[in-house]
Design a protein around this ligand. Structure first.
Ligand code: CA
Length: 236
């Protein structure tokens, strides 16, 4: 029953190179990505990143632009000069508008501005690693439609405003539709670096999500003491 959705999480063979010199960010990212089933290799300098992508196959490069030894932009330029089509997601500082433009000009596929929420990163990574694999980027269930790349939720054709946390929560439940998701899994998924999400907060998010999905026919069911399960609407 949930097979169609299980396929969406089949990122298991995907290998990501993470080039980031900030140990705290790198650690948080690597853990989040591994939790999502990706194999992650980490390097902390531009020269290592350059050497790795030149010699090994990856499905995605997550590239901090402010890297020591060789800048992220130079890594990217060298990569594209070798005619590589490896998808590249660049990480830039908040005030790095020019960096971002230079990065996209140099051939980056997408960017994220630090600090960012993990669900946001995960959505971008999914969108980039799915490219060309023919997997749907839009999940539809009853009156609910969720565009994974743009992170837009529609109920009965109407866009529903949701916070990043609510969307993160919906994503986890949708990708595991018909299966139990424990509160701990949700807490784990929604936590960023140094952020705390309590069990009580999860209840609040679920409550809000339910209200927003009310007319879609999709239900978030509480499995007492265990967690939640997103149920498909009854086919009437
Ligand atoms: Ca850096």
């Amino acid at each position: 029953m949930a097979t169609a959705y299980v396929k969406l999480t089949a990122e298991l063979d995907m290998r990501i190179l993470l080039a980031e010199d900030d140990a705290v960010i790198a650690d948080g990212l690597a853990r989040a990505l591994r939790r999502n089933g990706y194999a992650v290799d980490h390097v902390a300098t531009g020269t290592e990143a350059d050497a790795a992508v030149a010699s090994q196959p990856f499905d995605l490069l997550i590239l901090d632009l402010g890297l020591p030894k060789l800048s992220g932009i130079d890594v990217l330029k060298r990569l594209r000069a070798r005619k590589s089509v490896l998808p590249v997601l660049i990480l830039t500082a908040q005030d790095g508008v020019e960096d971002r433009v230079r990065g996209l000009d140099a051939g980056a596929d997408d960017y994220l501005t630090k600090p960012f929420a993990l669900p946001e990163l995960e959505a971008r990574v999914r969108a980039l690693t799915r490219r060309g694999t023919g997997q749907p980027r839009c999940i539809e269930l009853g009156g609910l439609a969720y565009d994974q790349a743009d992170r837009v939720v529609k109920v009965n054709g109407q866009i529903v405003e949701m916070s990043a946390r609510e969307i993160g929560l919906l994503e986890v439940l949708l990708l595991r539709a018909g299966r139990l998701v424990s509160k701990d899994q949700l807490v784990d998924h929604l936590c960023g670096w140094g952020e705390e999400v309590s069990n009580n907060a999860i209840e609040v998010y679920v409550h809000r999500l339910r209200k927003k999905l009310e007319t879609s026919g999709v239900r978030v069911v509480t499995v007492r003491g265990l967690g939640y399960c997103l149920e498909k609407p009854d086919v009437a």
